[in-house]
Design a protein around this ligand. Structure first.
Ligand code: F6P
Length: 372
């Protein structure tokens, strides 16, 4: 019978345990396979820290947050081990062989897709299941974690409305999403934010303060602004894009290292942008302005029904594909069904919000200012 290794990598995300359970129950129960779980993502894989996953261990985890396996943000080819940065591809191949594994299932987001492709190129059987609250993985309708985070961020915007309204304040809610605006856009629309700022649409303080002044002229002296953690104003966006281009174009290792250092300093310069924006809006509008950073609250706690369903669907479909001998793919969600997508099409292919996306149209149609 087949023997499979599973791990969870990158930020924790609601629905991870549902996906481990879906994979495990289908693999063990329906297909008679054996399953082992590596602890703490790629780190536990590279150091062979694992547990046998039996049916009892998969019981009672459908509704729980986090990941029973633990996670980390390591790169296969650049892992810090004993104070040294090493490529662990060879060690991982040995560990796969030693444990007599037919293949590995990696649950994670964009970084994990890259790790999965690297291991596949080294000749291993690898499958990727798309997990992230950011919904920025290409070729899948959704990623487990997003729907729960959307509920939490929307609830936060609802609650912030009470204080914004009662104190006649502007409140900025900073929402996660890395370089993508899906979570902020979705929660901003669902929570009725007056302004939504996304990484995909650089903003100007002038556009936002004009929108807020218009509301004021009509007698509404409060505003709730949903700010994506990756949203930047026009000037910062141009600076960041230029620095990113330098990294991309650098053609020697030395030039790349220097360009990366420069990019890090530009990023550092534009950190805490939400607080800076709050200051600028207070100056421009004369309204008291406050910031709430939602942070890890968005990733914690029990998964909503949608994420339990998605994790179960994708996890169990992965077991079916493994039974058929299909490797080297991400199991994407397509409508109510799933679809295997080659890892090459997913890795390094960040799914940002297209500026002509239907949700953007929705936001504009209901009168939301998008900062541009
Ligand atoms: O990818 C999920 C995410 O929560 C992003 O939205 C955010 O940018 C990042 O992880 C935070 O990373 P960390 O867990 O390392 O603080």
């Amino acid at each position: 019978s087949k023997r499979i290794g599973v791990l969870t990598a990158g930020g924790d995300s609601p629905g991870l345990n549902a996906a481990i359970r879906g994979l495990g129950k289908a693999a063990i129960g329906s297909h008679g396979m054996e399953l082992i779980g590596f602890r703490d993502g790629i780190r536990g894989l590279a150091t062979d820290r694992h547990i046998e996953l039996d049916k009892a261990m998969l019981s009672g985890i459908l509704t729980t947050g986090g990941t029973i396996l633990g996670t980390s943000r390591d790169k296969v080819h650049k892992m810090e081990v004993d104070g040294e940065v090493r490529d662990m591809t060879g060690e991982i191949a040995d560990i796969v062989e030693k444990n007599k594994l037919d293949g590995l299932v990696l649950l994670g987001g964009g970084g994990t897709a890259k790790n999965a492709l690297r291991l596949a190129k080294a000749g291993l059987n690898v499958m990727h299941l798309p997990k992230t609250i950011d919904k920025d993985v290409a070729h899948t309708d959704n990623t487990f974690g997003f729907s729960t985070a959307l509920e939490i961020a929307t609830d936060a915007i609802d609650r912030l409305h009470s204080t914004a309204h009662s104190h006649h304040r502007i409140i900025l809610a900073e929402i996660m999403g890395h370089k993508a605006g899906w979570l902020t856009l979705g929660a901003g629309i669902a929570g009725g934010a007056d302004v939504i700022l996304l990484p995909e649409i650089p903003f100007t303080v002038e556009s936002i303060s004009t929108a807020i002044q218009h509301r004021r002229e009509k007698g509404t002296n409060f505003s709730v602004v949903a700010v994506a953690e990756g949203a930047r104003d026009l000037v910062a966006t141009a600076e960041l894009q230029a620095a990113e281009r330098l990294v991309k174009d650098a053609n020697t290792p030395e030039a790349k290292a220097a360009a990366k250092k420069h990019l890090a300093s530009v990023e550092y310069e534009h950190r805490e942008h939400t607080f800076k924006l709050a200051h600028d809006l207070e100056e421009a509008t004369g309204l008291e302005t406050r910031v709430t950073i939602l942070g890890y609250v968005q990733r914690g706690g029990i998964p909503c029904a949608e994420d339990r369903l998605l994790g179960s669907r994708i996890g169990s479909a992965a077991a079916d594909l493994i039974a058929e001998g299909e490797w080297g793919v991400m199991v994407g969600s397509k409508g109510d069904d799933t679809e295997p997508v080659p890892l090459e099409d997913v890795a390094g292919n960040l799914a940002l919000v297209p500026t002509d996306h239907a949700w953007i149209r929705t936001a504009r149609n209901v009168g939301t200012n998008l900062g541009d």
